[in-house]
Design a binder for this molecule. Structure first.
Ligand SMILES: Nc1ncnc2c1ncn2[C@@H]1O[C@H](COP(=O)(O)OP(=O)(O)OP(=O)(O)O)[C@@H](O)[C@H]1O
Length: 281
């Protein structure tokens, strides 16, 4: 990644550090995510992955370091200086969480409309124009419904548009959550363990969806994932963390063969892991 030109990089994380009292959850972490590509952040439990996400999306204010997002037009935003609301709205970074956070009592369509609240409020002149039913608001509302409908189609849930989201199967809720994030038309989509709890068929559908988001819409994706079949199949670049630091970075093939990565996952030391791999080849 070091050879990438600025324009090819959507996210640059530079010497990010996050401390909680005496715990250093992330230390001097630097990596970048390429534009219109899928970058995966992997590592054993407690490696610091979610903490990195929380710093990127403004849930935590980093103890040190810089996080820069560069838009297509070259405009750069310093995420470490913004709160979560501005990161979502100005920087156009959307995220999903490890635990699903849909509105369970609302329908699938309503969940996707709520995601577009900011756009609709702006078009409504903060309610007055909306109440008067002026054309700008009606147009914006139609666009919002069209976008929501398009996403329901993409995630194969159009026939369930009017069902409460809380009644959906787990895999359907996960895809609906991604659709909701995509309805904000993000520049960078951050997904925290989207395959958690999915069966093999649902994981395959998820991989297909993420590849279509990259290839058809050109949205950049940053992904935390433990399901290696998903990571290896869809990632362009993988960053591996252990104990708060980066231990490896590369393509799926490079990461798969890296003794440091295998050692981190097996809890073995690096030489032992290399010996196991050599023995197995
Ligand atoms: N708010 C917090 N307060 C104190 N310690 C925290 C906080 N958030 C995370 N940590 C600690 O930081 C370290 C990294 O945690 P983090 O959740 O980022 O890891 P992770 O790689 O996402 O793990 P997992 O794969 O299990 O989700 C852990 O030791 C964790 O206990």
């Amino acid at each position: 990644m070091s050879g990438d030109k600025m324009s090819e990089k959507i996210l640059g994380v530079d010497r990010l550090t996050m401390r909680f009292g005496g715990i250093v959850a992330v230390q001097d972490l630097s990596f970048s995510a390429a534009r219109k590509k899928i970058t995966a952040l992997i590592g054993p439990n407690g490696a610091g992955k979610t903490t990195v996400f929380n710093c990127i999306t403004g849930f935590y204010k980093p103890s040190g370091g810089a996080i820069r997002l560069t838009h297509d037009d070259g405009r750069t935003v310093a995420l470490e200086r913004l709160n979560d609301f501005r990161i979502a709205k100005q920087a156009k970074v959307a995220r999903t969480f490890q635990n699903i956070r849909l509105f369970p009592g609302m329908t699938a369509l309503e969940n996707l409309m709520v995601a577009q609240h900011n756009t609709l409020m702006r078009a409504s002149g903060f309610t007055l124009l909306g109440l008067l039913g002026v054309p700008t608001y009606r147009d914006a509302e139609k666009r919002a419904i069209d976008l929501a409908t398009d996403w329901l189609k993409r995630v194969n849930l159009l026939d369930r548009a009017d069902d409460a989201a809380g009644n959906f199967a787990y895999g359907d809720q996960r895809r609906l959550e991604i659709a909701r994030a995509m309805c904000t038309e993000p520049a960078l989509l951050c997904l925290d363990e989207p395959a958690a709890g999915l069966n093999a068929r649902e994981s395959a559908a998820l991989s297909e969806l993420l590849l279509s988001i990259r290839d058809e819409l050109g949205t950049s994706i940053l992904l935390i994932e433990h399901d290696m079949s998903v990571v290896m199949e869809i990632s362009d670049q993988i960053v591996v963390m252990d104990h708060g630091v980066k231990i490896a970075e590369g393509t799926p093939r490079e990461i798969r063969d890296d003794p440091k990565v295998i050692a981190a996952y097996l809890g073995a030391d690096e030489e032992e892991a290399a010996a196991v791999m050599e023995g197995g080849s």
